[in-house]
Design a protein around this ligand. Structure first.
Ligand code: HEM
Ligand SMILES: *[C@@H]1O[C@H](CO)[C@@H](O)[C@H](O)[C@H]1NC(C)=O
Ligand SMILES: *[C@@H]1O[C@H](CO)[C@@H](O)[C@H](O)[C@H]1NC(C)=O
Length: 472
């Protein structure tokens, strides 16, 4: 009896010791220095559920603000299965961007990485990143847009709006997505026939992030399934074009060809990077465009000023039938650009940017161990009342003649440093063109409830529909 009693006490004690050691290890990870303050949450799931809680549109991530008030501008946590440090100080954020590839590197949190596959095909680093970046900038930077895309975007957007107006009402986000993909595909692969291009467009349109809205509804799972299938199908199309080009050695002026020119790259990598461009472009630009239209319908003074600006462009044209020129876009759409900046700021699309440390990094007296994730919370800056007075108010005039002090620290909607979004100018141009044709040709209003939520990505649970009719 005594023996059994003793053994069970020993076993219980052992279990308690093992579990508490495990819990202790979990909440106090190894570090050659002082970790930033914070909590690692529950073993395994960490604080992931809290990170994923949805919150109001006009609100900075409560996950971050709550912890900031408890721990300060830098704190540790565990989300998506990765030990993580969140940085919110503007100087630190800019420093993280500046040290890309030396101390920090773009990365995805553990769980995402596992779903998507091995890092190497998904994430481009170093030389291959530079190569890819150069190509995207050639196509989507000012020069590429001016020479190769402006006319198409102008005509395509004008035509797209006309066909929507004949119906009378439409979902802005979907229409915007369609326009963006339609303009991108010929830049990615210029050799698809009309039918194949339309087919590829539909595949990309089937990809969406709406499943994010809730993990618990059947429609979310269906949507996730459709997005996975769409990804597979898109990569299949790209793969077949790639292999036929490699066989025949034919050359074309498009992204797919430029990527493989003069360099030897893994096919998987080329296919994934090509596929990733429309994915990065669609649900970002279309959300900002939708919200811009919504803000305009709610602010008659803004609409009036936009109409004045765009009608002046028409009046000043020598040839009344000509299309929008690059000079008009660059020089005569100042207010439009203020509206776009203000929309980008308020939509505040990316709550954080993902990085990983390449070595132990010292920040403000703390050490972030090698291999930890770093979340760069750029979104907080855009709602900072010290930079933007009444930060939740839509006020394009705040941009007027504004020389934002330390601008790159105050407006990071397109990221920063070497990873700065290469599609920024394309997104701006597409939104400007949409507003141009919209305000000069149409009366419009929001159709019904078009509430936006953050989960933490921005979504419209009831869609975002507008009514539209030609001005007569
Ligand atoms: C309003 C629309 C957009 C927003 C707010 C946006 C935002 C961003 C941000 C914040 C990053 C940096 C991510 C990081 O540092 O971790 C990024 C990267 C990127 N974006 Fe955009 N983006 C937009 C539109 C586009 C468009 C239209 C394209 C394609 C034409 C595009 C292609 C890319 C690519 C390829 C990268 C990766 C750059 C790199 O790794 O160096 N984006 N975007
Ligand atoms: C809008 O923001 C960009 C930076 O992305 C800046 O260069 C530009 O001057 C801003 N435009 C206006 C009208 O404030
Ligand atoms: C701008 O940034 C510099 C360097 O970080 C800093 O010394 C200066 O105080 C900043 N200016 C303002 C007005 O924030």
């Amino acid at each position: 009896m005594d023996i059994i009693w003793n053994v069970s006490i020993c076993v219980t004690a052992l279990v308690v010791v093992v579990i508490s050691r495990w819990l202790y290890r979990w909440s106090n990870p190894k570090c050659n220095g002082k970790l930033p303050p914070g909590s690692m949450g529950f073993p395994i799931i960490g604080e992931t559920l809290d990170f994923f809680k949805s919150y109001g549109f006009n609100e900075a991530s409560p996950f971050i603000t709550k912890r900031m008030s408890r721990y300060g501008t830098i704190f540790r946590t565990n989300v998506f299965g990765s030990n993580t440090v969140v940085v919110t100080d503007p100087d630190v954020m800019v420093e993280v961007f500046r040290q890309e590839n030396t101390a920090f590197i773009f990365s995805l949190p553990g769980a995402f990485g596992k779903v998507l596959g091995k890092d190497e095909a998904i994430i481009n680093h170093g030389k291959t990143h530079k190569h890819f970046k150069q190509i995207t900038l050639n196509f989507f930077g000012p020069d590429g847009l001016k020479k190769k895309l402006l006319g198409n975007i102008d005509r395509g957007t004008c035509e797209g709006l006309r066909s929507k107006a004949s119906v009378g009402s439409f979902d802005i986000k979907e229409a915007a997505g369609n326009l963006i993909i339609k303009h991108l595909i010929p830049k990615l692969i210029s050799t698809l026939g009309a039918e194949a291009a339309e087919n590829l467009k539909n595949i990309f349109m089937a990809f969406n992030l709406d499943w994010y809205q809730s993990f618990f509804s059947l429609s979310s799972w269906k949507s996730l399934y459709r997005s996975c299938m769409a990804s597979r199908d898109a990569m299949k199309v790209i793969k077949s074009v790639l292999s036929s080009r490699k066989e025949t050695g034919e050359k074309h002026d498009d992204i797919l060809n430029t990527i493989i020119e003069d360099v030897v790259l893994d096919d998987k990598y080329v296919i994934f990077q090509t596929y990733a461009i429309p994915i990065a472009a669609k649900d970002t630009t279309s959300v900002v465009m939708s919200m811009a239209v919504k803000y305009i319908t709610k602010n008659p003074k803004v609409l009036l000023e936009l109409k004045r600006e765009h009608n002046a462009i028409l009046q000043n044209r020598v040839d009344k039938k000509s299309e929008v020129s690059w000079e008009e876009y660059k020089n005569d759409m100042t207010f439009t650009n203020m509206v776009i900046n203000e929309s980008l700021r308020l939509v505040n699309l990316a709550p954080v940017m993902f990085r990983k440390t390449l070595r132990d990094v010292e920040i403000q007296g703390y050490t972030i161990p090698k291999g930890w994730m770093v979340f760069v919370a750029t979104s907080l800056r855009h709602y900072d009342p010290a930079v933007y007075e009444n930060p939740y108010e839509f006020n394009p005039w705040r941009w007027e003649g504004k020389q934002l002090v330390n601008f790159s620290k105050s407006f990071m909607v397109f990221g920063g440093g070497m990873r700065l979004c290469p599609g920024a100018e394309f997104a701006r141009l597409q939104i400007a063109m949409f507003l141009h044709h919209l305000v000069i040709n149409y009366d419009f209003s929001m159709a019904h409830d078009s509430e936006a939520t953050r989960t933490p990505l921005v979504s419209f649970p009831n869609g975002i529909h507008m009514n539209i009719s030609p001005i007569n």
